[in-house]
Ligand binder design. Structure first.
Ligand code: PBG
Length: 322
């Protein structure tokens, strides 16, 4: 049927008709909200390059969690700023480390919120790389052993999901083994299976103070030019025992989200990263775009590409308008 018999505009005439045929909807319960946790008491520090996002101390977490739950958001992902850093990143698996304290606080005071943790070393190493450096390079096999220890320490503190973001080879299998041997077989792994070496992480690296002191992360994160390699990385993580596959960043990699969606039947998460969030905020501040509308449209594009789960700094403002 073609024009004039068929007229697509018939179904766009009223808001009710548009809503009836809507193919994708966002819902607050598909969001994971990132939280930056720092030492101290009563701290709530704005992050200049991420308007609306704060670094908060452990005692502020319960209040934050209650606000999220009241908005219908059930999940957070935690990033920590430790008191001290060292070359081995030992703060990442310290029993009383910042993340371990944060998990316990949330589990005690706001048990309704599910806690995902970022399993990585870059916030804890003095050199800022995501692993242990041996003879001038991030050493894969030494690093994944430490990642196993970090995952165990998060699970012990009560983490509901662990999310390795380091991009070392073999880390999903190593973490799965470490968790299972220590009685944490119920803790799922949301693997940052496809994580690109991206300029969009800029504001996050300020927020979490984790930019590498020397060099960059191209020796372990993926080349933005590659898409077949994304399928290979994801296949490895599935075989190693990942429960959820993540693509990161999201907006500049919608094609990758879509091809993972088509290729795999595991849940797909996408990380709408700091730079992608900051660009919307910056343009909106200048009055160049309608920030709320563009945020909604952006998150819809991520869902439309095939992501089930969206990690976004815009979760709260979106939940308020959905
Ligand atoms: C690494 C990590 C990074 C982000 C999440 N986990 C930074 C990096 O790889 O350099 C970036 C998230 C964002 O930009 O919002 N632990």
């Amino acid at each position: 049927m073609v024009f004039p018999d068929y007229r697509p505009r018939r179904l766009r005439r009223t808001p009710q008709l548009r809503s009836l045929i809507r193919e994708n909807r966002l819902s607050p319960d598909q969001f994971i909200y990132p939280l930056f946790v720092m030492p101290g008491k009563g701290v709530r520090e704005a992050i200049p390059s991420m308007p609306g996002v704060f670094r908060i101390s452990v005692d502020q977490l319960a209040g934050e969690a209650k606000e999220l739950i009241s908005l219908g958001i059930n999940h957070v992902i935690l990033f920590g700023l430790p008191e001290k850093k060292d070359p081995m990143g030992s703060g990442a698996h310290a029993k009383d480390g910042i993340i371990q304290r944060a998990i316990k606080e949330l589990k005690n005071k706001a048990p309704g919120i599910m806690v995902t943790t970022d399993v990585c070393m870059c916030e804890y190493t003095s050199h800022g790389h995501c692993g242990i450096i041996l003879s001038g390079e991030v050493d894969n096999d030494t690093t994944i052993e430490v990642l196993g220890k970090i995952a165990i320490s998060h699970a012990k503190a009560g983490a509901d999901i662990v999310a390795p973001s380091d991009m070392m080879d073999g880390r999903v299998a190593e973490i799965r083994g470490a968790l299972d041997e220590n009685g944490h077989d119920k803790v799922p792994i949301m693997s940052y299976a496809v994580k690109y070496a991206s300029g969009f992480y800029g504001p996050f690296r300020d927020a979490a103070d984790c930019a590498p002191q020397e060099g960059d992360r191209q020796g372990y994160q993926m080349d933005p030019a590659n898409s077949r390699e994304a399928l290979r990385e994801a296949t490895l993580d599935v075989d190693e025992g990942a429960d959820i596959l993540m693509v990161k960043p999201a907006v500049a990699y919608l094609d990758i989200i879509k091809s993972l969606r088509e290729e795999f039947d595991l849940p797909i998460a996408a990380y709408h990263v700091s730079g992608e969030y900051a660009m919307i905020k910056a343009a909106a501040e200048r009055g160049w775009i309608d920030g709320e509308r563009v945020m909604h449209e952006t998150l819809l594009s991520i869902a439309r590409a095939g992501a089930d789960i969206i990690i976004t700094y815009g979760a709260k403002e979106m939940a308020k308008i959905l």
